[in-house]
Design a protein around this ligand. Structure first.
Ligand code: CMP
Length: 139
């Protein structure tokens, strides 16, 4: 059965362009409830730990440098079928391929500066939620 939670990060370029509010508005309007939220700045090592699954990819260095370049917002979002529904809301990884009206179509600059992260499976959602939040930080 599909889980009901997913992890998002509002990425550094979205934060620096003052787009936290508009992105959260879309997330709320799509029916997601915020169960935990943190405004934080990852170190490069932490970004590498979060994206460890991509450690062998040619974009890993760029990804971890970028994700540690400025503050981000991390949040646990709850909704039925959360992982799949959130991926639909944000659109394709590359904004050039993202559907109209999706968060990445509206706010992303490129494949590497793609506005937001969303977990890609229920299993990874659990790992990623635990990366940022202890149980007492969830409401
Ligand atoms: P995200 O959903 O955060 O998960 C992994 C990230 O790696 C992805 O968004 C992109 O920002 C980045 N990424 C994936 N593929 C590429 C690529 N080919 N070139 C650069 N960055 C990529």
């Amino acid at each position: 059965m599909a889980g009901n939670q997913t992890l998002t990060m509002i990425k550094p370029e979205t934060v620096s362009k003052n787009n936290i509010g508009p992105v959260l508005k879309q997330i709320n309007e799509a029916g997601f409830r915020i169960k935990a939220m943190k405004f934080t700045h990852l170190t490069k090592q932490q970004a590498g730990e979060f994206y460890a699954v991509h450690a062998d990819k040619n974009f890993f260095e760029d990804l971890t440098s970028f994700m540690s370049s400025g503050p981000i917002v991390a949040a646990i979002l709850e909704k039925e079928n959360a992982v799949a529904d959130f991926r639909e809301l944000i659109g394709a990884t590359d904004p050039l391929n993202a559907a109209d009206g999706t968060i990445r179509k509206l706010f992303a600059e490129s494949k590497s500066r793609n506005a937001v992260h969303g977990s890609d499976s229920d299993e990874n959602a659990i790992t990623e939620c635990n990366f940022f939040f202890s149980q007492v930080e969830r409401f």
